[in-house]
Write a protein that binds this ligand. Structure first.
Ligand SMILES: N[C@@H](CCC(=O)N[C@@H](CS)C(=O)NCC(=O)O)C(=O)O
Length: 82
């Protein structure tokens, strides 16, 4: 399942969640969200996998990425693939 590492105060994270909703993706069914605000275990995962303390961050199996635009494009591809 796609994991989205987010922080509540981050506008780029809100953008990703809005896009997911517009694509008809549902939390728990299509993706999970993990709090990755500073000092959280989620932030440690972001740092160890991606190397930077930045959100939003997506992990989907072996794929991981920063950048909200790239994440939105990835989510869009996910819904259009069979
Ligand atoms: N270009 C990035 C910008 C992401 C960004 O600036 N995220 C901020 C939070 S809104 C961040 O993680 N800053 C580092 C930090 O919070 O430690 C994107 O579009 O995703």
């Amino acid at each position: 399942m796609i994991q989205l590492y987010l922080s509540a105060s981050c506008p780029f994270c809100k953008k990703v969640l809005l896009a997911a909703s517009q694509f008809g993706l549902e939390e728990s069914k299509d993706f999970t969200t993990i709090d990755a605000a500073s000092g959280t275990p989620g932030r440690e995962v972001v740092l160890s996998v991606g190397g930077k303390g930045m959100v939003p961050f997506l992990i989907d199996g072996d794929t991981s990425m920063y950048e909200s635009d790239d994440i939105v494009t990835y989510l869009k591809k996910t819904i259009s693939s069979p």
